[in-house]
Design a protein. Structure first.
Length: 285
C-alpha cells in the first residue's frame, strides 16, 4: 500500500510536469496504464459473491484508477475494509495510507486517457480470513476460480474469456465518466511444442476485438486505440522464454534470433489492413 501510494503521487507529478512544461510544444498525451481482469460472481444469485466481484475490481483496478480518474482518493470499498481489518489487528490506524487534501487535488484528473491492459476473467467468491492475517488478499477477502469450460492458454492464469473484455470496458465507462480508453495490452500465450498454425490465437483476437467493437458500437465506450500483446516472442517476466505471446516466433537458441510469422500474424494484419474483419466470402478485404 505504501509503494502504491507513492506510485500514484509520482504519477501525478509526472503528469503535471508534462502538462505544464512540454504539452504546449509537443502536443502529446500522457496517462497511466492499469492492468485488470474482469470479475464475475461465482454464483450470480448469491449476494456475497456479487459483493466479492465488486471488491475484486475495486482492489485491482480501482486501487489506482479511483484516485486518478475520480476524486484524488481511494475508493470507499478499500478504505473501509483495510481500516476495519487494521483496527481489528490492534493497530491505531489503517494500513492504507491517507492522502492530504492538497495531494488529492494534485492527483485528481491527472490523465488524458485510460490505459488498460486486459487478458482474462475470473469467478469470485467471498473468503473470510482470520483477523491476524495481514495481507492484500486477506484485506480483499476474495478468492477466484475459473470455469472448466473456458479455453486454456500457455499461462495458468490466462483463460479465453472474451465476454469479460466488453464488460470491463463498459464498467470503466460507467465508473469513471466515460474516459477515452486505449487498450495498451491484450493477447494470449503458448507454451511447449512449436506450432506456427496458431488457430487458437486467431480465435482469441477475433473474439476479443469483436467484444471491443461491441463495446464501442452498442455500449458507447470511447475506445480510441487497441494494441495487441505482442508483436514477437520476448522475455516474459518470471517465466522467461517458456511462455510466448508473439505474432512472430523468435528462435532464442540461434544467436541471430530469426523471426518467423505465425498464422495469427497474417490474420491480425488483415484486421489492421481492412480496419475490420475480413469477409471469407469476398476474399481478404
Amino acid at each position: 500500500y505504501v509503494v502504491g501510494h507513492n506510485l500514484i503521487k509520482a504519477h501525478a507529478e509526472a503528469w503535471h510536469l508534462y502538462n505544464e512544461t512540454y504539452r504546449a510544444k509537443q502536443g502529446g498525451l500522457i496517462s497511466i496504464t492499469i492492468n485488470s481482469d474482469w470479475a464475475e460472481p461465482r454464483n450470480p444469485h448469491n449476494q456475497e459473491d456479487i459483493n466479492a466481484a465488486r471488491r475484486y475490481l475495486q482492489f485491482f483496478l480501482g486501487w489506482f484508477a479511483h484516485p486518478i480518474f475520480k476524486n484524488g482518493d481511494y475508493n470507499e470499498v478499500m478504505k473501509t475494509r483495510i481500516r476495519e481489518r487494521s483496527l481489528a489487528q490492534g493497530l491505531s490506524q489503517s494500513r492504507l495510507p491517507e492522502f492530504t487534501e492538497s495531494e488529492k487535488q494534485r492527483i485528481k484528473g491527472t490523465y488524458d486517457y485510460f490505459g488498460l491492459n486486459h487478458y482474462t476473467t475470473v469467478l469470485t467468491y467471498n473468503v473470510n480470513y482470520p483477523a491476524g492475517v495481514l495481507s492484500y488478499d486477506s484485506d480483499r477477502g476474495v478468492a477466484s476460480v475459473t470455469d472448466r469450460s473456458w479455453l486454456n492458454s500457455g499461462s495458468f492464469w490466462l483463460k479465453v474469456t472474451p465476454f469479460g473484455f466488453r464488460k470491463l470496458l463498459r464498467w470503466i465507462k460507467k465508473e469513471y465518466n466515460n474516459p477515452p480508453i486505449y487498450v495498451t495490452e491484450n493477447g494470449i500465450s503458448e507454451r511447449g511444442a512449436l506450432d506456427f498454425n496458431d488457430t487458437w490465437r486467431t480465435h482469441y483476437y477475433r473474439s476479443y476485438v469483436n467484444e471491443a467493437l461491441k463495446a464501442v458500437v452498442l455500449d458507447g465506450v470511447d475506445l480510441r486505440g487497441y494494441t495487441a500483446w505482442t508483436l514477437m516472442d520476448n522475455f516474459e517476466w518470471a517465466v522467461g522464454f517458456d511462455e510466448r505471446f508473439g505474432f512472430y516466433h523468435v528462435n532464442f537458441t540461434d544467436p541471430n534470433l530469426p523471426r518467423r510469422p505465425k498464422a495469427s500474424a497474417r490474420y491480425y494484419s488483415q484486421i489492421i489492413n481492412c480496419n475490420g474483419f475480413p469477409d471469407p466470402a469476398t476474399g481478404p478485404h
